[in-house]
Design a protein. Structure first.
Length: 601
């Protein structure tokens, strides 16, 4: 029975009526009596928006989840970010070919849907309308400013048991009703917050058994909820949540075999979210990827970086993606973690933010959805009035080597020496202004002329002496020629080209330790029909992440005919609609730059 408070909200129009928005049995949105929302235009939200925010308080617990409230057909409706619905409530999003209709599994038969909820796409997220879903559950949902307050009622833990499985361990918690659950996972540790209370006697009676994956389990009662802290025997284990009914229960699987649920969700026009377990020989890898149609007129691809005013800076991928207002993103190039400077090419709309190094692999593209994936070299040559020629080794790069490097305003307004005993030549336009000797790394700030650049000489050989006032000619060319490809991101090594694995990490001057490493990896590739693949791959079954050879084979398996390895390890991250798809943000490191997918619905 609904509470009086909830009934008053219905009468006030906070929730749509059941007749206005049926959700069950509307597989295609065309069934008589079904009404599937066709929202998704930013202009519609702008004109009809009542409230919005990026926080939801569930039974007193604050969660960073985006939501929107709008008016349609004289009804006020509420939608929650689809990935937030999963992370904040334990809802499983099931495969769908219709971005405006999202089937979900929640306290039912695994893989089967109880609800099909209307969905709307904006430039930064996909929102699932929960108006009637919440109504059927008997919850209370009230916007207050930029916060959405949700009260789910009194959930209780009825019992708990732990079971050892061939693939790992399972913890089962019996409940009296549907209950929200949040999972925060970091390597070796999982914290589960359950929106239900339990008597101390249940915790006292629970006995943790010998297990394959679980080291220890700790229960902590909190106001209106229960926190379960689970320490794991290995960092490779990742939890999988199943919500079941008849009776209501929560099953938490800790799998050593690295298997993940298979998904194929048409998230938006031109963006498909996919995940599955890929078998390579005796190993199984959890693979998360986005398949992007770069020729879709609603989609644009651009590099994004933490600091758009200077070269230095890092931030979590989630923060960078949200600040950049992208729908999706994947971490991209390498950088120095100490000084947070780029170690690879970044080119944005024709401007070289940072140049390539060591002939490493890069991906370049244009607005027509055309790509080049190859090893990239940038050649810059200075010629004086007297005909002397000086090669410039690196442009706006944190990579240091004896010789000349060049720094433009893309580096920032000033340059601070990166090594001892540097010679700094200031050039405005095409003429030398001054030549200065800097003695110590990290001291002093040298202005970078907005219409010029600084030349920095490092090493023991004498620097060039170019008198002030001398004119200079700068010649720039790249191989391959990127004249028609104004956007570029670099990392490496190159993995696949023309359908063949061409991995040669030594040629791109990667260390033997890097070459042999098994680690989480990010990669980008292009299929034979021009689709773009953004992939994140983590630890294999009973082991560590893929080698470079294995990530090349995985990209081939996903359909890539050209592919490039990106920065990996703790940098690996795949972002969609406000959340990381492949890992908990607690375990993700800060990054320097990423590839952003901009959506204009």
């Amino acid at each position: 029975m609904l509470s009086l408070f909830y009934a008053l909200l219905l009468g006030a129009g906070i929730f749509a009526s059941a007749n206005a928005l049926p959700v069950k049995g509307c597989e295609d949105g065309l069934t008589p009596g079904c009404s599937v929302s066709t929202l998704g235009r930013e202009t519609f939200f702008a004109q009809n928006l009542v409230a919005q925010g990026n926080q939801i308080i569930v039974n007193g617990q604050t969660l960073p989840i985006s939501w929107k409230q709008w008016r349609e057909n004289n009804q006020v409706r509420i939608a929650i970010s689809d990935v937030g619905l999963g992370s904040g409530f334990g809802v499983e999003l099931l495969s769908t070919s219709n971005p405006t209709l999202q089937p979900i599994q929640w306290y039912g038969v695994p893989g089967k849907t109880r609800w099909r909820l209307p969905a709307q796409v904006t430039s930064t997220g996909r929102y699932v309308e929960v108006t009637q879903w919440v109504q059927e559950l008997g919850w209370q949902m009230v916007p207050q400013g930029n916060v959405l307050r949700v009260q789910t009622g009194s959930s209780r833990v009825l019992g708990m048991r732990q079971g050892k499985q061939t693939w790992g361990d399972r913890l089962v918690i019996a409940l009296n009703q549907e209950t929200p659950v949040q999972v925060n996972h970091a390597p070796g540790k999982t914290v589960i917050t359950l929106g239900a209370v339990a008597s101390p006697a249940l915790f006292d009676a629970f006995e943790s058994k010998a297990s394959n994956a679980v080291e220890s389990i700790k229960f902590t009662p909190q106001a209106g909820r229960t926190q379960i802290e689970i320490n794991l025997k290995t960092k490779q284990v990742r939890p999988e949540i199943l919500t079941l009914n008849a009776p209501y229960r929560l099953a938490i699987d800790f799998r050593l075999d690295a298997t993940i649920p298979t998904k194929q969700i048409q998230w938006a026009s031109g963006i498909q979210w996919r995940q599955q377990t890929v078998t390579m020989g005796s190993s199984q890898f959890p693979v998360f990827w986005l398949q992007i149609d770069p020729r879709n007129p609603q989609i644009q691809l651009r590099p994004i970086r933490t600091n758009t005013q200077a070269a230095s800076g890092t931030s979590p991928l989630v923060t960078l993606a949200r600040q950049s207002q992208v729908a999706a993103a994947i971490n991209a190039g390498f950088f120095n973690r100490n000084n947070r400077l780029p170690l690879g090419v970044i080119r944005d709309n024709g401007e070289w933010i940072s140049g390539p190094i060591l002939n490493r692999g890069a991906i370049a593209w244009n607005h027509r959805g055309q790509f080049v994936i190859d090893r990239l070299t940038l050649t810059e040559t200075l010629t004086t009035q007297g005909g002397q020629r000086y090669p410039i080794l690196y442009l706006n790069s944190g990579y240091l080597k004896p010789g000349l490097s060049r720094y433009t305003s893309a580096w920032g307004t000033t340059y601070t020496p990166l090594s001892d005993n540097e010679t700094i030549i200031s050039v405005n336009g095409d003429r030398v202004i001054s030549q200065t000797q800097a003695t110590q790394a990290g001291t002093g700030q040298f202005p970078i002329p907005p219409q010029g650049y600084l030349l920095v000489h490092r090493g023991q050989t004498p620097p060039p002496f170019i008198p002030p006032g001398s004119p200079l000619q700068l010649q720039i060319r790249s191989s391959p020629d990127l004249t028609n490809y104004p956007f570029t991101l670099g990392a490496g090594p190159l993995l696949v080209q023309n359908g063949r694995i061409v991995l040669n990490a030594e040629r791109e001057v990667f260390s033997q330790a890097f070459i042999r490493q098994q680690a989480s990896r990010s990669a980008i590739g292009v299929t034979s029909n021009g689709q773009l693949i953004l992939a994140a791959v983590h630890e294999r079954s009973y082991g560590k992440g893929p080698t470079l050879s294995e990530i090349a084979q995985i990209m081939q398996r996903l359909g890539a005919v050209d592919a490039l390895n990106l920065d990996g390890g703790s940098s690996t991250g795949l972002y969609l609609g406000g959340e990381l798809l492949d890992r908990s943000p607690r375990s993700a490191a800060r990054i320097h730059n990423a590839l952003g997918v901009f959506l204009q619905p």
